[in-house]
Write a protein that binds this ligand. Structure first.
Ligand code: PLP
Ligand code: TYF
Length: 394
């Protein structure tokens, strides 16, 4: 049977992880895959997570099945974290899913059940997994203008013009904060305009919220999501706990749906649970129980918020240091955008040949589109990195 197959393309981001690991140079720098790293270059287990795990180990009583919608306390805690008391909860449903990716997957399947073959509009560029997940669900993918390669900001007028031209059968995928891969984000005033556009056209907002708390803080990063969902009757949110809780390999996320009313929410949720049952039956518990334990306990929650803030502030400090080093060395403001971007990533706008040169000559690894993970910048080697970048673009 397998003779009918040809080799599938690999994931470029994950492949780069392997290439980096195989590079023997001790001076190599990993700005590739989007995982947070501390000063020592380690992706740590948060202390709040360790404590929650100790409690779970000591107090856990059963490993029986969790149920299709997952850990109920986790669901309630995530809704509190993301939505607060901004919405009438009778219109809102949540189902735990394996990571932000699993949440995207089940929600896109749900979109296709409601509107087979519907068009989902994604930013140009977007996270490379959006496309295959949407296509796999049966949807049609189109792009709206987003990144301005000149300013390294958002081409907002063009983006809004495209959104204004959509109709009620369209779906719009928005990065809630910390845009991947560009690092360029909407201002609050621009979110207001996007929300007004969606309210006017009736297009369905689908928010990918994979980095809540990694930009400017939990409340600041939720602005766009809350503004949009307050402005429209229906919306979808794919939440990930991979980055903000450092739980990458636990595969923990949540699919959230907001319907016109409670009756429609129940019907949509029954379809969502049916999709989950027909794919992996039900989610694993460990990551969900960790997040529930942290969010329900005032002390652990406070500790987590401090740890999240430390990760965020470190990324902002590295942004400032790198852009300042480049400014000082080159006497130009060309890379100041790195300090203005937020989240884990910045798209530098370099030619692929420059990216390849940096890898070969300097052992600096970034994604082929010139996306860097700022958390991977070694704090004591900012000058080396700035020198390498400036030499490579000469
Ligand atoms: N969406 C975006 C934009 C991402 O960058 C990621 C990154 O990993 C995800 C979703 C999903 O993450 P995960 O499935 O690891 O929770
Ligand atoms: O963009 C990133 O680097 C992260 C991690 O298939 C990631 O979102 C990358 C590729 C992938 C899954 C996760």
């Amino acid at each position: 049977m397998f003779e009918t197959l040809t080799k599938a393309p690999g994931d470029k981001i994950l492949a780069l992880m392997g290439e980096y690991a195989a590079d023997p140079r001790p001076t190599k720098i990993d700005l590739g895959v989007g995982v947070y790293k501390d000063e020592a270059g380690v992706t740590p287990i948060l202390s709040s997570v360790k404590k929650a795990e100790e409690r779970i180990l000591a107090q856990g009583k059963t490993k029986t099945y969790l149920g299709i919608a997952g850990n109920k306390g986790f669901g309630a805690a995530v809704l509190d974290l993301v939505l607060g008391d901004t919405l009438d909860r009778s219109r809102v449903r949540i189902a735990q899913a394996p990571g932000g990716t699993g949440s995207l997957w089940v929600l896109m399947q749900l979109v296709n059940r409601a509107r087979p073959g519907a068009t989902i509009w994604v930013s140009d560029p977007t996270w490379p997994n959006h496309n295959p997940i949407a296509l796999g669900a049966g949807l049609t993918v189109k792009t709206y203008p987003y990144f301005d390669t000149e300013t390294r900001g958002v081409r907002f007028e063009q983006m809004l013009a495209t959104l204004d031209g959509l109709g009620k059968d369209d779906v719009v995928l928005l990065h809630g904060c910390c845009h991947n891969p560009t690092g360029a984000n909407l201002t609050n005033a621009q979110w207001d305009q996007v929300a007004a556009s969606l309210a006017k056209t009736g297009a369905l907002p689908f928010i990918d919220l994979a980095y809540l708390g990694f930009g400017d803080g939990l409340a600041a990063d939720a602005y766009g999501t809350l503004k949009v969902i307050a402005s429209v009757p229906e919306a979808l949110i794919a939440f990930s706990g991979s980055k903000n809780f450092g739980l990458y390999r636990e595969r923990i996320g949540a699919a959230i749906l907001i319907a016109r009313d409670a009756a429609q929410a129940d019907i949509a949720q029954s379809q969502l649970l049916n999709i989950i049952r027909g794919s992996y039956s039900q989610p694993p518990d460990h990551g969900a129980e960790i997040i529930r334990t942290i969010l329900e306990d005032a002390e652990l929650r406070a500790e987590w918020e401090v740890e999240l803030e430390a990760m965020r502030n470190r990324m902002i400090r590295l942004r400032e240091k790198l852009s300042e080093a480049i400014r000082t060395k080159s006497n130009s403001a060309d890379f100041d955008f790195i300090a203005a971007h937020r989240g884990m990533f910045s798209l530098l706008g370099l030619e692929n040949a420059v990216v390849e040169h940096l890898k070969a000559a300097n052992g600096v690894y970034m994604i082929g589109d010139s996306r860097i993970n700022v958390a991977g910048i070694p704090e004591d080697r900012v000058d080396d990195l700035a020198d390498a970048l400036l030499a490579a673009i000469k």
